[in-house]
Design a protein around this ligand. Structure first.
Ligand code: PLP
Length: 422
């Protein structure tokens, strides 16, 4: 590539440097295995394979059939599901396919409000979900910041949705899947659980599984699951499985990405290993340590507010509504010390979505790099100190000896040390 296209090669090299020298703490990101990238860079990318294993519309599919069959068997075993589809190109395509399979345009759907941690595909106005379906959003409670199942039940009784979506992109606690199913059954709705964020935790038994409760489960494969970018759909219902298969192909997609499906198969194999469970345990421990050390006043002087007071999963949501710092400034400060996170609206956020009053900070990629408890304590303290220095600067009470830049240089050195050691 360096000879054929030196510009692209240089950009890829620079991105490798960025990933090595900094710390990736975007909660939806991870570092996938070299073997997954080998699969994605293989000759399977050349092959058209519309259809499903044994029932293709193209010749020469014997090897991709074997690959896709392995991916299917592995993902069903990993999550204890009777049926699977591994062809969705992404999490959004998986969700679109399930809605296409089970409900009709104009039907009512209950989904978690985007501003309270839901995903675009759970009903955002200009997403396909918001345009095609009549969305009734449910939110989190204003004082606990947790999903209020009584509100979900009341909205379901009032609006009689055809589908209820449970799942999130920014929420630090586990959902009650059994209760969601009770509500869905009461009003005759399908329950779709989107476990994109926490699939790696489910695969290792560290998070309740939605598979026994939901009619259908969707996921991405590249977040906590640490595989290639892509989507999957799982169900235990043969009739739903049939509808889902025809909604994915030919309903939503053409030829499957067999090189990515091979990468998914490799990732599912890795996810079934002991080492992967250890990684997910460190992911959870890291998030817990991060929440504890941000909150503790003796570490951060005044303490930093963390939504719900902690976390049960791989991420922490920092609440800056009462801080002189906004989400954009928090994201920029952490970027200045080479920690990549994303600003995120918090529920009832007074600031606009491009600014926000929240930070979403996740631990999966650092756990993949081998971070243990001591390293997570150090990164938590660097984040706390960076935000503290920034807040003092923003409030005009900067009493650090040097400039803001001076204080951040020392913090960036600590980040470089952690990156070099992992
Ligand atoms: N579902 C949830 C809960 C997500 O958080 C995301 C992505 O962030 C998706 C679906 C969409 O996945 P993709 O970006 O692969 O389309």
């Amino acid at each position: 590539m360096a000879e054929l296209d030196p510009e692209i090669a240089a950009h890829i090299d620079a991105e490798l440097g960025r990933q090595r020298e900094g710390l990736e703490m975007i909660a939806s990101e991870n570092h996938t295995a070299a073997a997954v990238m080998q699969a994605q860079g293989s000759v399977l990318t050349n092959k058209y394979a519309e259809g499903y294993p044994g029932k293709r519309y193209y010749g020469g599919c014997e090897h991709v059939d074997a690959v896709e069959s392995l991916a299917l068997e592995r993902v069903k075993a990993l999550f204890g599901a009777g049926f699977a589809n591994v062809q969705p190109h992404s999490g959004a395509q998986a969700n679109a396919s399930v809605m296409h399979a089970l409900i009709r345009p104009g039907d009512t759907v209950l989904g978690l409000n985007l501003a309270h941690g839901g995903h675009l595909t759970h009903g955002m106005k200009i997403n396909f979900s918001g345009r095609l379906y009549d969305i009734v959003p449910y939110g989190v409670d204003e004082s606990t910041h947790r999903v209020d199942m009584d509100e979900v039940a009341a909205l379901a009784r009032e609006h009689r949705p055809k589908m209820i979506i449970a799942g999130w992109s920014a929420y630090p606690r586990q959902l009650d899947f059994a209760r969601f199913r009770e509500v869905a059954d009461e009003v005759g709705a399908y329950l779709m659980v989107d476990m994109a964020h926490f699939a790696g935790l489910v695969a290792t038994g560290l998070h309740a599984s939605p598979v026994p409760h939901a009619h259908v489960v969707t996921s991405t494969t590249h977040k906590t699951l640490a595989g290639p970018r892509g989507g999957i759909i799982l169900t235990n219902d043969a009739d739903i499985a049939k509808k889902v298969n025809s909604a994915v192909f030919p309903g939503q997609q053409g030829g499957p990405l067999e090189h990515v499906i091979a990468g998914k198969a490799v990732a599912f194999k890795i996810a079934a290993s002991e080492g992967f469970r250890d990684r997910q345990e460190r992911t959870l421990a890291g998030a817990r340590i991060l929440a504890e050390r941000l909150i503790r006043p003796d570490v951060t002087e005044h303490g930093i507010t963390v939504l719900t007071g902690g976390t049960d999963v791989h991420l922490v949501l920092v609440d800056l509504r009462d801080s002189p710092l906004d989400g954009q400034q928090g994201e920029d400060l952490l970027a200045a010390v080479d920690i990549t996170i994303n600003r995120n609206s918090v529920p009832f956020d007074p600031r606009p979505p491009m600014v926000t009053s929240g930070l979403r900070i996740g631990t999966p990629a650092l756990a993949t790099r081998g971070f243990g408890e001591e390293a997570f304590r150090e990164v938590a303290d660097v984040i706390a100190e960076t935000l503290k220095v920034g807040a003092a600067g923003a409030a005009g009470t900067d009493n650090t000896d040097g400039t803001l830049d001076g204080a951040l240089t020392g913090l960036r050195e600590r980040v470089r040390g952690l990156a070099a050691a992992h």
